[in-house]
Write a protein that binds this ligand. Structure first.
Ligand code: NI
Length: 245
Protein backbone atom coordinates (compact mmCIF):
# COMPACT_ATOMS: atom_id res chain seq x y z
CA UNK A 1 0.00 0.00 0.00
CA UNK A 2 1.68 3.19 -1.18
CA UNK A 3 0.79 6.45 0.54
CA UNK A 4 1.42 8.35 -2.68
CA UNK A 5 -1.43 6.49 -4.41
CA UNK A 6 -4.00 6.92 -1.63
CA UNK A 7 -6.59 9.54 -0.85
CA UNK A 8 -6.87 11.02 2.65
CA UNK A 9 -10.15 9.12 3.03
CA UNK A 10 -8.28 5.86 2.50
CA UNK A 11 -5.65 6.90 5.05
CA UNK A 12 -8.46 7.56 7.56
CA UNK A 13 -9.76 4.03 6.98
CA UNK A 14 -6.23 2.55 7.31
CA UNK A 15 -5.81 4.35 10.65
CA UNK A 16 -8.98 2.75 12.04
CA UNK A 17 -7.16 -0.61 11.93
CA UNK A 18 -3.44 0.16 11.95
CA UNK A 19 -0.94 2.65 13.34
CA UNK A 20 2.23 1.79 11.39
CA UNK A 21 4.02 3.39 8.46
CA UNK A 22 7.25 2.36 6.72
CA UNK A 23 9.43 5.19 5.40
CA UNK A 24 12.26 4.25 3.02
CA UNK A 25 15.37 6.43 3.41
CA UNK A 26 18.59 6.35 1.42
CA UNK A 27 21.18 8.60 -0.14
CA UNK A 28 22.22 10.16 -3.42
CA UNK A 29 25.95 9.52 -3.49
CA UNK A 30 28.73 7.96 -5.52
CA UNK A 31 28.96 4.18 -5.43
CA UNK A 32 32.32 3.85 -7.24
CA UNK A 33 32.58 3.45 -11.03
CA UNK A 34 30.74 0.11 -10.64
CA UNK A 35 27.51 1.23 -8.96
CA UNK A 36 24.63 3.68 -9.28
CA UNK A 37 24.45 7.01 -7.46
CA UNK A 38 20.91 6.08 -6.41
CA UNK A 39 21.93 2.68 -4.96
CA UNK A 40 20.99 3.39 -1.34
CA UNK A 41 17.50 4.75 -1.93
CA UNK A 42 16.74 2.26 -4.69
CA UNK A 43 17.55 -0.68 -2.37
CA UNK A 44 15.75 0.78 0.67
CA UNK A 45 12.66 1.50 -1.42
CA UNK A 46 12.58 -2.02 -2.87
CA UNK A 47 12.90 -3.60 0.60
CA UNK A 48 10.29 -1.31 2.18
CA UNK A 49 7.73 -1.75 -0.61
CA UNK A 50 8.01 -5.53 -0.59
CA UNK A 51 7.73 -5.63 3.22
CA UNK A 52 4.72 -3.30 3.00
CA UNK A 53 3.09 -5.56 0.43
CA UNK A 54 3.65 -8.76 2.43
CA UNK A 55 2.57 -7.32 5.80
CA UNK A 56 -0.16 -5.09 4.35
CA UNK A 57 1.40 -1.93 5.79
CA UNK A 58 1.46 1.59 4.47
CA UNK A 59 4.70 2.70 2.76
CA UNK A 60 5.50 6.42 2.56
CA UNK A 61 7.29 8.02 -0.38
CA UNK A 62 11.06 7.49 -0.28
CA UNK A 63 13.37 10.16 1.12
CA UNK A 64 16.21 9.83 -1.42
CA UNK A 65 18.62 12.44 -0.01
CA UNK A 66 20.71 11.52 3.00
CA UNK A 67 23.68 12.55 5.09
CA UNK A 68 26.57 11.88 2.71
CA UNK A 69 29.15 14.58 3.49
CA UNK A 70 32.07 12.13 3.16
CA UNK A 71 31.19 11.42 -0.50
CA UNK A 72 31.20 15.04 -1.65
CA UNK A 73 34.63 14.62 -3.27
CA UNK A 74 32.85 12.71 -6.04
CA UNK A 75 30.64 14.36 -8.68
CA UNK A 76 26.91 13.79 -8.46
CA UNK A 77 26.85 13.16 -4.72
CA UNK A 78 24.35 15.26 -2.78
CA UNK A 79 24.25 15.71 0.97
CA UNK A 80 22.07 17.26 3.62
CA UNK A 81 23.95 18.49 6.69
CA UNK A 82 23.51 16.33 9.81
CA UNK A 83 21.42 19.14 11.33
CA UNK A 84 19.15 19.40 8.31
CA UNK A 85 18.75 15.63 8.19
CA UNK A 86 17.71 15.58 11.85
CA UNK A 87 15.12 18.29 11.09
CA UNK A 88 13.78 16.42 8.04
CA UNK A 89 13.35 13.17 10.01
CA UNK A 90 11.66 15.11 12.82
CA UNK A 91 9.31 16.80 10.35
CA UNK A 92 8.31 13.53 8.70
CA UNK A 93 7.84 11.78 12.06
CA UNK A 94 5.76 14.55 13.66
CA UNK A 95 3.55 14.74 10.55
CA UNK A 96 2.68 11.07 10.91
CA UNK A 97 2.21 11.44 14.70
CA UNK A 98 -0.16 14.35 14.18
CA UNK A 99 -2.44 12.11 12.13
CA UNK A 100 -2.50 9.27 14.60
CA UNK A 101 0.32 6.99 13.45
CA UNK A 102 2.17 5.53 16.42
CA UNK A 103 4.84 3.28 14.87
CA UNK A 104 7.05 5.11 12.41
CA UNK A 105 9.63 2.74 10.96
CA UNK A 106 12.44 4.00 8.74
CA UNK A 107 13.79 1.40 6.32
CA UNK A 108 17.33 2.56 5.69
CA UNK A 109 19.84 1.92 2.89
CA UNK A 110 22.71 4.19 4.01
CA UNK A 111 25.06 4.06 7.01
CA UNK A 112 25.49 7.85 7.21
CA UNK A 113 21.79 8.26 8.03
CA UNK A 114 21.88 6.17 11.19
CA UNK A 115 23.37 8.68 13.66
CA UNK A 116 21.27 11.71 12.65
CA UNK A 117 18.10 9.59 12.54
CA UNK A 118 18.73 8.36 16.07
CA UNK A 119 19.44 11.91 17.26
CA UNK A 120 16.11 12.95 15.69
CA UNK A 121 14.37 10.19 17.69
CA UNK A 122 16.10 11.39 20.89
CA UNK A 123 15.05 14.97 20.20
CA UNK A 124 11.43 13.91 19.54
CA UNK A 125 11.33 12.11 22.87
CA UNK A 126 13.06 15.04 24.61
CA UNK A 127 10.19 17.16 23.32
CA UNK A 128 7.68 14.75 24.84
CA UNK A 129 6.32 13.01 21.73
CA UNK A 130 4.66 9.63 22.07
CA UNK A 131 5.09 6.58 19.88
CA UNK A 132 7.63 4.05 18.64
CA UNK A 133 10.31 5.25 16.23
CA UNK A 134 12.73 2.76 14.74
CA UNK A 135 15.35 2.60 12.02
CA UNK A 136 16.04 -0.73 10.29
CA UNK A 137 19.16 -0.76 8.12
CA UNK A 138 18.62 -3.78 5.85
CA UNK A 139 22.35 -4.18 5.07
CA UNK A 140 23.26 -4.54 8.77
CA UNK A 141 20.75 -7.29 9.62
CA UNK A 142 22.50 -10.44 10.77
CA UNK A 143 21.00 -12.80 8.17
CA UNK A 144 21.92 -10.40 5.38
CA UNK A 145 25.49 -10.11 6.66
CA UNK A 146 25.75 -13.89 6.85
CA UNK A 147 24.56 -14.28 3.25
CA UNK A 148 26.95 -11.55 2.05
CA UNK A 149 29.81 -13.31 3.80
CA UNK A 150 28.84 -16.61 2.13
CA UNK A 151 28.68 -15.03 -1.32
CA UNK A 152 31.58 -12.58 -1.17
CA UNK A 153 33.74 -13.63 1.82
CA UNK A 154 35.89 -10.68 2.93
CA UNK A 155 35.24 -8.75 -0.31
CA UNK A 156 31.84 -7.34 0.75
CA UNK A 157 33.48 -4.24 2.28
CA UNK A 158 31.61 -1.20 3.57
CA UNK A 159 30.67 0.92 0.59
CA UNK A 160 29.76 0.12 -3.01
CA UNK A 161 29.40 -3.42 -1.72
CA UNK A 162 28.73 -6.30 -4.11
CA UNK A 163 25.49 -6.90 -2.15
CA UNK A 164 23.94 -3.49 -2.76
CA UNK A 165 25.26 -3.36 -6.32
CA UNK A 166 23.76 -6.82 -6.96
CA UNK A 167 20.32 -5.67 -5.78
CA UNK A 168 20.38 -2.62 -8.07
CA UNK A 169 21.60 -4.79 -10.93
CA UNK A 170 18.62 -7.08 -10.36
CA UNK A 171 16.20 -4.13 -10.17
CA UNK A 172 17.63 -1.93 -12.94
CA UNK A 173 19.82 -4.05 -15.24
CA UNK A 174 19.61 -1.47 -18.04
CA UNK A 175 21.31 1.14 -15.84
CA UNK A 176 24.50 -0.93 -15.82
CA UNK A 177 25.25 -0.51 -19.49
CA UNK A 178 28.59 1.24 -19.67
CA UNK A 179 29.48 0.78 -15.99
CA UNK A 180 32.89 -0.59 -15.11
CA UNK A 181 33.18 -4.37 -14.46
CA UNK A 182 36.98 -4.59 -14.36
CA UNK A 183 38.37 -6.26 -11.19
CA UNK A 184 40.82 -4.15 -9.19
CA UNK A 185 42.86 -4.50 -6.04
CA UNK A 186 40.90 -4.47 -2.78
CA UNK A 187 42.78 -2.20 -0.37
CA UNK A 188 42.13 -2.36 3.38
CA UNK A 189 43.69 0.81 4.76
CA UNK A 190 43.67 1.71 8.47
CA UNK A 191 41.24 4.58 9.01
CA UNK A 192 39.30 6.47 11.64
CA UNK A 193 35.65 7.56 11.36
CA UNK A 194 34.11 9.97 10.51
CA UNK A 195 36.21 11.23 7.61
CA UNK A 196 35.74 14.47 5.74
CA UNK A 197 35.43 14.38 1.94
CA UNK A 198 39.16 14.96 1.31
CA UNK A 199 40.26 12.36 3.85
CA UNK A 200 37.78 9.88 2.36
CA UNK A 201 39.03 10.40 -1.19
CA UNK A 202 42.66 10.08 -0.12
CA UNK A 203 41.97 6.72 1.55
CA UNK A 204 39.42 5.43 -1.01
CA UNK A 205 40.35 7.07 -4.32
CA UNK A 206 37.77 5.31 -6.54
CA UNK A 207 35.01 5.53 -3.93
CA UNK A 208 34.90 1.86 -2.89
CA UNK A 209 35.53 0.95 0.74
CA UNK A 210 37.23 -2.46 0.90
CA UNK A 211 34.70 -3.90 -1.53
CA UNK A 212 34.66 -5.81 -4.81
CA UNK A 213 31.52 -4.53 -6.59
CA UNK A 214 32.56 -6.26 -9.85
CA UNK A 215 31.37 -9.50 -8.19
CA UNK A 216 27.77 -8.22 -8.26
CA UNK A 217 25.25 -10.18 -10.35
CA UNK A 218 21.49 -10.00 -10.90
CA UNK A 219 21.14 -13.51 -9.52
CA UNK A 220 22.84 -12.59 -6.24
CA UNK A 221 20.73 -9.44 -6.17
CA UNK A 222 17.51 -11.43 -6.22
CA UNK A 223 18.78 -13.65 -3.38
CA UNK A 224 20.04 -10.79 -1.21
CA UNK A 225 16.89 -8.71 -1.72
CA UNK A 226 14.75 -11.66 -0.63
CA UNK A 227 16.91 -12.17 2.47
CA UNK A 228 16.76 -8.45 3.27
CA UNK A 229 12.95 -8.50 2.95
CA UNK A 230 12.66 -11.60 5.11
CA UNK A 231 14.98 -10.24 7.82
CA UNK A 232 13.27 -6.84 7.79
CA UNK A 233 9.86 -8.51 8.18
CA UNK A 234 11.13 -10.20 11.35
CA UNK A 235 12.23 -6.83 12.75
CA UNK A 236 8.95 -5.15 11.80
CA UNK A 237 6.90 -7.98 13.35
CA UNK A 238 8.74 -7.42 16.65
CA UNK A 239 7.91 -3.72 16.52
CA UNK A 240 4.24 -4.52 15.82
CA UNK A 241 4.15 -6.64 19.00
CA UNK A 242 5.35 -3.78 21.21
CA UNK A 243 2.79 -1.87 23.21
CA UNK A 244 2.74 1.89 22.77
CA UNK A 245 2.66 3.33 26.30
NI1 NI B 1 25.38 2.29 -0.45
Amino acid sequence: MLLENMSYKEVEIYLQEKDTVLVPIGSVEQHSPYGLIGTDFITAEAVAREVGKRLDLLVAPTLPYGMSQHHMGFKGSITLSPQTYISVIKGITTSFLEHGFQRIIYINGHGGNINPTKVAFDQLKYEGNRGIYQIISWFLLEDVLTLAKELFQDLEGHHATPSEVSITKFLRPEAFEGKSTQPKKVEKPQYYWPLNKDEFKKLFPDGRMESAPWLATEKYGKLILEEAVRATINEVRNILKMEVV
